[in-house]
Design a protein around this ligand. Sequence first.
Ligand code: DAH
Length: 344
Amino acid sequence: MQEKINQYTAEINSFQPKDAAELETFRIRFLGTKGIIKDLFEEFKTVTPEEKRVLGKVLNEFKQNAEAKYQALKESSETAEGNSTSDADLTLPGEGYELGARHPLSLVRKEIIEIFKKLGFNVAEGPEIEDDWHNFSALNFPEEHPARDMQDTFFIKKGGEKGDIALRTHTSSVQVRMMEAGKPPFRAIMPGRVYRNEAISARAHCFFHQVEGLYIDENVSFADLKQTLFYFVQELYGEGTKVRFRPSYFPFTEPSAEMDISCTICKGEGCQLCKHSGWVEILGCGMVDPNVLENCNIDSKKYTGYAFGMGIERITNLKYQIKDLRLFSENDVRFLKQFKSEMI
Ligand code: DAH
């Protein structure tokens, strides 16, 4: 029996299974209910008491050795299996975060700024909470004059050193701040958000964005204004885009005009966007009224200048044909991510 045990011990110690099936065969052969160890214990019952004393210890050690070997082999095969059968290809790149896209209004604002920068315009900004003086009075809106009703105002506070406090209704207020703070010449564009008390619909919103333009120097003429805006339109909408000026009225410019461009969709043929006229309005402009210059302590005998103001949403709609203004402020990523390729 001792000899058999020695042989089996050698076999167990050198055993190296190729796979899980071989290990299982090993378990059945030695540790199974009809296995070698079971048989040896049966045989043990038949040996003499003297032999039992020696063999008892040997047999128990043999059994423990076989069990330990089996456990160790099983554990190492399980960890190996865990690695090799996993589907993960660790060489694959990770899942990246989806890149955000610039807002279409930011893209167009940037484009507008870039064009005017080429003409030597600076960029300036002013506060969104404004007093009556900067938003209305200095811009030649007479007290109690219906012109103030042209823009439905969100008032914040009645009274104050410079009149009622309100959310600015246009970026023209920044013109005043700029002229008050410095000395001519001025050549700047002023982008920003403006607010009007309007019911929200596809075509109107209670806040939107404008870019104001101002050029004040000696001998500035309406011809300068026309050429500047003509250049702007060629750059933004492509060469060959036509412009036309229609007489209009704004309290802060004299003469005043509105500028139309040939429809970007139908190229002047007539479509729904231009209401079959072939033209779409894009901005208001004019020569700065001498009263405005004097209100800002600028000598209107010496200096003249022009101003213009445009809505960024409108310019963007014409570029991308966005039909509902509300899309701009709803933050729906399905809408926003369409502008990804336009990243600048
Ligand atoms: N502030 C005007 C508006 O919000 C737009 C405008 C018109 C601005 C004529 C100007 C201008 O500077 O000259 O409707």
